[in-house]
Write a protein that binds this ligand. Structure first.
Ligand code: HEM
Length: 730
């Protein structure tokens, strides 16, 4: 352009950008051109109209006066606008229509699986010990990364009970400086299926029967056992489900597993294969089956309440993140175990779990829907230094999560929801779509461009960035719908799990199979599953068959396996923080005794609940209030019971059995359940035990002076249960 030619962009409106483009494609990263002078944007505001400068706690809806959704104050929300007091409602009533329309659309689809769950905020501390393995910044020494964790069951609907027998989800969103990393795992280290194309099959089999929509949130029915007895690669995971792992005591006492083998990539480009493990600081503990069933009625929210209460009490749940590391060899096997087969684990005795960081959950959500319900995890949310492998289950998951979230969260912009927002700046060229809340500048969300100065640029070699690891694929590969031969062994690790269990854990597995198969209507399905169990262990198959009243299947050759002691969850001692002890008291109990005991327990961060005959102050002249009454307390919410008294029935309570000494029958029930569920029971005075018929010489029934009793109780809680009382050793 010559000096005399007028610049058309100066005189003619419509220039596409605030700066003229270059002829060549820009090659150097630079800030995008500024907006054109005539462009404005909406004033930045929170979704509730508050200025962004406001304190974050003001971002929520608040203020003294009710408004419309557009902030106009209202004078009446209790009456619709009518033609006269007795007249019809007027279509003109825009406030009524706004209120009702929004209500009509309050629900979103629940997750197709893992619908029932709960979440918490926390922080992850990197130990720096993974530095040689992965370049991921959040694993660096002393790096603190905010996280959101959601725990869940798999099969049940959003309102189903927490304590059903099922696999638990353990999904963690790390808001790292390099973008979001999601570790979407379970509390069981293996999965039902090897190829993701079978996921709809296993879930359809586990969900309620399509005709009668029962049973809810459980696998004890024909379609589930029909599928897993035919599709025997599910047997290993099923055995874990039938074990105590299927009924955790608490989310805080669950292990977590990434399940798949991932690929870690170090700063020098070297790679290794790895499996992720979360190890709970409080140990792995479970309910007993009867407790789980009772809780489903007494407190269906048991696990979410436990999580929230522990955080509120300052007993912050903690897990150590660890990795099992394997050489990234072309065959991707370790000690003969195919690392791409998600129905197999690698015993910790062969590959120890190396700690690389620590997770602490320290805050509960402010709004369940906004956070726990709208959080969207995805295995493709990776950061530099962590990559995927060709595990065919993992590959399917890479597709499924975003696909389902498009429907569940109503469009493609769910990563802009507050709980999903990354803490790293975004410049993604993704535009528009339902519920877009960003106001994107520029005119060139495409590459290559010259109008936005070539922005955004991809980072150069050597800079940390997501990079597809150049893993080799078989040179002679042909398209097939087939698994490798190494996937064919469905029983050796199932047997390894069985032989690694202690006698009491084996008892529970037998009882679980007997319960579940006992709920199957069809005897052919029961028989088929017994045949599958015979391939694991003929003793197991025979014990289950006896309970079903069916003939034991013939013995078959079973694989030789070494037990893996790490698979058993009992026989050790663990911290007791956040455990709940119920102390039965009445106005006749000596308050000094109760105070001494409860103070000692609270010092160990045990939650003490005073259980009194009625609500209000326990003693007329003292401040202590009853936390539970005999009307509201059940043994199942307690890890141990202290009998500071055995009060008589209230005069107007129905007498259950007039021959029984005058103890409130609900105390008798509380104690007998605690004893049956192998919980420690402490008795302050021999006369109380006598009145209740409690054998003080039984294991785990604690007596003695107050000083020693609290310590004994904490020790007994630290082993979780007193299995010796059931004539079983761990
Ligand atoms: C091909 C196999 C699988 C498919 C297709 C699949 C699919 C899904 C889908 C569609 C959801 C709902 C997601 C949402 O609505 O946001 C989900 C949730 C979940 N899945 Fe999977 N899944 C598979 C295997 C697994 C495995 C192996 C694990 C564990 C390692 C797992 C763990 C989870 C967890 C924890 C959630 C809940 C996430 C949350 O709390 O929001 N899934 N899965």
């Amino acid at each position: 352009m010559s000096d005399t030619t007028p610049d058309p962009t100066a005189t003619v409106p419509g220039a596409p950008s605030s700066e003229p483009p270059t002829l060549e494609e820009p090659t150097d990263p630079r800030p995008p051109p500024p907006p054109k002078p005539e462009q404005g944007t909406p004033e930045p505001r929170t979704p509730t109209g508050v200025s962004l400068e406001a304190d974050p706690t003001d971002f929520a809806q608040q203020g003294e006066y009710l408004t419309t959704s557009t902030g106009t104050r209202l004078r009446d929300t209790d009456h619709s606008l009518k033609a006269g007091e007795r007249g019809p409602t007027l279509l003109q009533d825009h406030h009524f229509r706004e209120k009702m329309t929004h209500f009509d659309h309050e629900r979103i689809p629940e997750r197709v699986v893992h619908a029932r769950g709960t979440g918490a905020h926390g922080v992850f501390l990197g130990y720096g010990t993974a530095g040689d393995l992965s370049r991921a910044a959040f694993l660096g020494k002393d790096v603190l990364t905010p996280v959101f964790v959601r725990f869940s069951t798999v099969l049940g609907s959003r309102g189903s009970a927490d304590t059903v027998r099922d696999t638990r989800g353990f999904a963690t969103k790390f808001y790292t400086s390099e973008g979001v990393f999601d570790l979407v795992g379970n509390n069981i280290p293996v999965f039902f299926i090897q190829d993701g194309i079978k996921f709809p099959d296993v879930i359809h089999a586990g969900k309620p029967h399509p005709d009668r929509e029962i049973p809810q949130a459980q696998s004890a029915h024909d379609t589930f056992w029909d599928f897993v007895s035919l599709h025997t690669e599910a047997q290993h995971h099923t055995m874990w489900n039938m074990s105590d792992r299927g009924i955790p005591r608490s989310y805080r006492t669950m292990e977590g597993f990434g399940v798949h083998t991932f690929r870690l990539v170090a700063a020098d480009g070297s790679s290794s294969l790895a499996k992720f493990h979360w190890k709970p600081r409080l140990g792995v503990h479970s309910l007993v089956w009867e407790e789980a069933q009772m809780l489903a009625g007494f407190d269906p929210d048991f696990h979410r309440r436990d999580l929230y209460d522990a955080i509120e009490a300052g007993a912050f749940p903690q897990w150590e993140l660890g990795v099992q590391v394997f050489p990234d060899t072309p065959d991707q096997t370790f000690e003969g175990i195919d690392l791409l087969d998600p129905t197999k684990l690698v015993p910790e005795e062969l590959a120890p779990v190396q700690p690389i960081g620590e997770l602490t959950l320290n805050a509960t959500p402010t709004n369940f829907f906004a956070e726990t319900e709208q959080v969207a995890f995805h295995l493709g949310h990776l950061v530099p230094g962590i990559d995927v492998t060709d595990d065919p289950l993992l590959q399917a998951r890479l597709f499924s999560y975003v696909d389902t979230q498009l429907t569940r969260l109503g469009g493609p912009n769910f990563n802009q929801l507050p709980v999903n927002r990354t803490h790293a700046p975004v410049n993604d060229m993704l535009r528009d779509g339902m519920h877009q809340s960003a106001v994107h500048g520029g005119v060139a969300p495409y590459k290559p461009n010259s109008l936005d100065g070539g922005c955004p640029f991809t980072v150069g070699a050597g800079e940390p960035a997501l990079q597809d690891f150049p893993a080799a694929v078989a040179a002679e590969a042909t398209k097939v719908r087939r698994n490798p031969a190494s996937f064919e062994d469905h029983f050796s690790q199932t047997r390894q799990f069985w032989v690694s269990m202690s006698p009491v854990e084996q008892d529970h597995i037998v009882a679980a199979y007997a319960f579940e198969l006992g709920k199957c209507w069809d005897s052919t399905i029961r028989t088929r599953q017994l045949l599958a169990l015979a391939q694991v262990d003929d003793g197991l198959a025979a014990r289950v068959a006896t309970r079903l009243g069916m003939p034991a299947p013939a013995s078959v050759d079973v694989p030789e396996v070494e037990p893996s002691p790490a698979l058993s969850q009992i026989g050790r001692e663990w911290p007791v923080e956040g455990r709940q002890v119920g102390v039965v008291v009445s106005a006749d109990t000596d308050p000094a005794d109760v105070e001494a005991l409860t103070t000692a327990l609270r010092e160990a961060l045990v939650t003490v609940l005073l259980v009194a005959p009625v609500g209000g102050p326990v003693w007329p002249d003292r401040p202590e209030q009853a936390h539970r009454t005999l009307h509201t307390a059940r043994s199942v919410e307690l890890d141990a019971v202290v009998l500071a008294d055995a009060p008589p029935p209230l005069g107007d309570e129905p007498v259950v059995d007039a021959t029984v000494p005058a103890v409130d029958p609900r105390v008798t029930t509380l104690v007998s359940e605690a004893l049956r569920h192998a919980k420690p029971v402490a008795v302050l005075e021999p006369s109380i035990a006598e009145r209740l018929g409690v054998d003080t010489s039984a294991p785990g029934v604690l007596t003695g002076d107050l000083d020693g009793l609290a310590g004994d109780l904490v020790r007994a809680l630290s082993t979780h249960r007193v299995w010796e009382r059931q004539g079983r050793t761990s």
